[in-house]
Design a binder for this molecule. Sequence first.
Ligand code: FAD
Length: 403
Amino acid sequence: ALRYHMGWERAWASPEPKASYDAIIVGAGGHGLATAYYLGKNHGITNVAVIEKGWLGGGNTGRNTTIIRSNYLQDPSAAIYEKARSLYETLSQDLNYNVMFSPRGLLMLAQTHHEVRGYLRTVHANTLQGVQTEWISPQRVKEIVPIMNIDGPRYPVLGALYQARGGTARHDAVAWGYARACSAMGMDIIQNCEVKGVRSENGRVTGVDTTKGFIGTKKLGMVVAGHSGQLAEMAGFRLPIEAVALQALVSEPIKPCMDVVVMANTVHGYMSQSDKGEMVIGGGTDGFNNYTQRGSFHHIEETLRALVETFPMISRLKMLRQWGGIVDMTGDRSPLISKTPLGNCFINCGWGTGGFKAIPGSGWAMAELMAKGEPGPLAAEFNMWRFKEGQFIDESVAAGVAH
Ligand code: FAD
């Protein structure tokens, strides 16, 4: 059957770097590639290079559990995550590449009275923000997810925050779709090219030193997630960011048994079922900063304990794979889409455990910031100086433990 599957064109070109570009984006994860795409599509800037030290999508973009939702509490967060979610709805058509967006619905279980109050508050906030979420009873939860034990030995399910248009997408396809579209616009995606230094003169970046030599640029965008602190250090400034390992695992494939995403933040585990039938499982971050891309072993046990209690049938499943990524966490658990102390250098990071869902909205906002030199309404509140000024966008409930 594969006999005729030969001679396929490459989806994106692999050029050698030019001497200079109008804009360089460091990091070919989803956020970097989306930034490049919207620079071209929305602002007509196509003399762009995206520089990646490994392979594109090989960072957190290819390692996450693909949950998409926009049920955040604070107005700036709801605005950017809802923009991203709504762009996901038509992303396959936009890129002419099937990103397998599946708005199958998402439940965040409330298992303490404190959580009930918190999620009711979020539902009210979302109503005012134009984000469609609702509060549902334990009985309704059981109807939607028959395999769940709502009586829970430790924490019974008291209800859930339900976002019917939340869901998942295929993470690799999101990176590949954006990459192909960028390449088609004439942009250079340069893989296996690590940025080792940032050169500047008179407070402006002139270019980057890479493993393929010096590359000049008029504008620089740093979009490297867990390695943002290192890039910022090369450019001579510090970020309010910590790098922590977060891990996930998948089971052997089984017949369809759950057609929504469920997050149980009190016991601390979450799960969805992939199109292949594997149960996709995640838990919390390591309790200490590290760059291991692996994660501590005891987290697997804690996560599975939480999920076996919520879904007893999974106790008989075999786990196939486990992996980790390095997530970039700010103190208020909200991202940075910001100018920096260098005039033509911009940063996009701090998406922590939950930035896959934000990719289209983040790229849209970062492209506007890089093109105009000033943030638009989506990015305005996410500047890095909010930590100095105390203007936090506190999402520790929506994003501190969730994804
Ligand atoms: P990345 O995809 O990490 O891309 C950054 C790129 O920069 C990398 O490819 C890296 O190689 C490159 N780079 C770094 N340093 C250099 C350098 N010096 N030179 C050149 N290139 C460099 N989010 C959700 O919304 N839903 C989820 O369910 C979810 N689950 C997750 C589960 C896990 C286990 C993990 C690890 C993350 C999860 N996330 C989730 C978070 C999400 O994956 C990230 O927020 C998002 O993918 C970040 O994308 P990015 O493009 O910023 O970073």
